[in-house]
Write a protein that binds this ligand. Structure first.
Ligand code: IMP
Ligand code: MG
Length: 173
């Protein structure tokens, strides 16, 4: 497998994240907003998205891993690193790189909801079209993409290729 066709180029990502940042800025004006980025995949998205949010936000990180083979989610999620902060009565926006089956986010959302935030929403750069195995209510979506395996801009194939500045589809050699 190797990175092939570019699906979303650098410029398009940048333009879309700026738009999402504007929306978030308008929606959360006057509120105490905490971005919760899901490591490792969302590290690049949150770094760039946060720069387009013109509010005094806070950022925290969770690290999760889902058991399973390299390119498929099993739905069993393990928390490797929890939030440093309490989120009760705060407005929380989960920032994800990609939603595939939706199982990871479904688990995360339920895990965070128990802590009683003032609100809990989701922003994702990528959403694979029509293959969610659970209903997921996503407030901010960067791009809807076909259900192919993609890499780059934080997304990996067994740990590699996260540093590509664009999103590419994996292809057979
Ligand atoms: P889900 O639980 O199936 O929605 O998958 C969530 C996680 O699986 C994402 O946060 C990614 O880390 C990983 N993932 C899903 N699809 C892809 C992909 O196409 N490329 C790289 N990682 C992916
Ligand atoms: Mg991930």
């Amino acid at each position: 497998m190797r990175p092939g066709r570019v699906l979303v180029d650098e410029e398009s990502i940048s333009v879309r994240l700026a738009e999402m940042g504007d929306e978030i800025t308008a929606d959360y004006a006057g509120k105490d907003l905490l971005l919760v980025a899901v490591l490792k995949g969302a590290f690049m998205v949150v770094a760039d998205l946060a720069r387009h949010i013109r509010l005094p936000i806070d950022i925290d990180f969770m690290a999760v891993s889902s058991y399973g083979v390299a390119t498929q989610t099993s739905g069993v999620v393990r928390i490797l690193k929890d939030l440093d902060q309490e989120i009760a009565d705060r407005h929380v926006l989960i920032v994800e790189d990609i939603i595939d089956s939706g199982l990871t986010l479904d688990y995360l959302r339920r895990n965070l909801e128990v802590r009683q935030p003032a609100s809990l929403e989701i922003a994702t750069l990528l959403l694979k079209r029509g293959i969610q195995r659970v209903p997921i209510d996503v407030k901010y979506v960067g791009f809807e993409i076909p259900p192919d395996f993609v890499v780059g801009y934080g997304l990996d194939l067994v740990g590699k290729m996260r540093n590509l500045p664009y999103i590419a589809v994996m292809e057979e050699d």
